[in-house]
Design a protein around this ligand. Structure first.
Ligand code: UDP
Ligand code: GLC
Length: 396
């Protein structure tokens, strides 16, 4: 089966990192079409995954765009859609990894009659989407998709609550290769030295800098923790959240936390950095659809405390494989950090249990097998290549 993957971003977010793992299984039998150039394209090339950046004048519909703002972009949509139509004729399936990619992929699928898959990685709720974009995603999925793959049960539930057809959607968790998360002790010690963290209790936060990822909550918690606690922020503002970054720096200055907070920017050595941390904190203030960083921390053997909403609740057994605190509750987060500081033995035992569970539950090979099995249900090969099975609505 040949797949045309589509993604709107040139940046490396969790959706894109996960797509690299999914597309790797298809090798030369796939092409990743991107609506924007950037590090994602380079990383796909490094993984020898065929990639093409589509010619895209300036297509600017955001998650919170209204109907009228989206309408204005229609002129830019046509050339993109026609490129997708041309490309998709050489592939059996159109597989959209993001919402914009899904909408344009859906229009293209109408012309080429290729089955359409939506890998739904967002919680379709008003916390993340404008009403217009939410309706658009659900209506298009109901009308045109042959399959929706949700990255957690929370994502699946939100899709159905927004009116999505239950029979379309299956849950497949992100998968990981546990071996890539083991780091030699010497490497960790060296990195700790380089970053001047020798005797510090390090709380790492690994995420793009964005208001809903809640870095400000961790800063507030830090001011209730002992002086030996240091916070490492790993990640950059990927989608122009400059104001939020300034706000974080102001918060650091006002709380006089300058010598206890580091902003490392975007890094590619996540396993090494996670391993040197004493604790990883996840602090999203809106429901996290899945949260790759949680599983990554577990695989690194670093204790994790996460905000209890969305898919996160499916990933952590509180008190057994990590801890949960209410989203936005800085005091409870501080209490958890302090507990972890004062009882490192308990933290270590929980982290060990988490590594074991994560290794059993989130293997990339299992994820890719589940996706392959689902793709096999949407169509069957025919002499000329592939015979799509259309969703019910389309037959009418
Ligand atoms: N990440 C990274 N470099 C950074 C910060 C984060 O490679 O500097 C990775 C992180 O390891 C994780 C992904 O970005 O795999 C973020 O995915 P997640 O699902 O946690 O959140 P998203 O940003 O997709 O909402
Ligand atoms: C999205 C979600 C994140 C999820 C990732 C991979 O970026 O925000 O929670 O882990 O996709 O599916």
């Amino acid at each position: 089966m040949n797949i045309l993957f589509l993604d709107q971003s040139g940046k490396l977010g969790g959706a894109e990192l996960s797509l690299i793992d999914v597309a790797s299984a298809f090798g030369d039998r796939c092409l990743v079409g991107l609506f924007d150039d950037g590090p994602f394209r380079q990383t796909l090339e490094q993984h020898k995954i065929p990639v093409k950046v589509l010619d895209n004048p300036s297509f600017s519909v955001y998650k919170d765009s209204t109907f009228w703002q989206s309408l204005k972009s229609l002129g830019h949509i046509a050339p993109l859609v026609s490129q997708i139509i041309r490309l998709s004729r050489d592939y059996d399936v159109i597989y959209a990894n993001t919402q914009k990619a899904f909408v344009l992929g859906a229009i293209a699928s109408l012309f080429t009659h290729r089955p359409l898959v939506y890998h739904l990685r967002d919680i379709l709720s008003s916390e993340h989407f404008s009403r217009f974009n939410l309706r658009l995603a659900v209506c298009f999925a109901n009308q045109f998709a042959s399959l929706v793959i949700a990255n957690s049960h929370a994502t699946q539930k939100a899709f159905m609550k927004a009116g999505g057809r239950a029979e379309l959607v299956s849950v497949v968790y992100n998968g990981f290769e546990p071996a890539s998360y083991s780091t030699a002790t010497a490497t960790t010690s060296k990195l700790r030295k380089q970053l001047n963290l020798d005797d510090r209790f390090v709380v790492g936060h690994f995420s793009r800098l964005s208001p809903w990822k809640g870095q400000h909550v961790l800063l507030e918690a830090l001011s209730h923790c002992p002086d030996n606690v240091t916070v490492l922020f790993v990640g950059d503002a990927l989608f122009g959240e400059c104001e939020y970054v300034e706000q974080l720096h102001r918060q650091v200055a006002q709380s006089k936390l300058g010598d206890r907070v580091r902003f490392l920017g975007f890094r590619s050595d996540i396993p090494q950095l996670m391993t040197l941390c004493n604790l990883v904190a996840h602090t999203s203030i809106a429901p996290e659809p899945f949260g790759r960083v949680i599983i990554e921390a577990m695989l690194c053997g670093t204790p994790i405390v996460a905000a209890a909403a969305g898919g996160v609740i499916e990933l952590i057994e509180p008190g057994k494989t990590g801890w949960l605190t209410p989203p936005g509750d800085a005091l409870k987060l501080a209490a958890m950090i302090n507990q972890c500081c004062s009882d490192p033995e308990q933290a270590r035992a929980i982290a060990q249990q988490a590594t074991l569970k994560a290794t059993q539950r989130f293997q990339l090979s299992q994820t890719n097998q589940q996706i392959a099995a689902l793709l096999n249900t949407i169509g069957k090969p025919c002499r000329s290549g592939f015979e799509p099975t259309y969703p019910q609505m389309r037959k009418q």
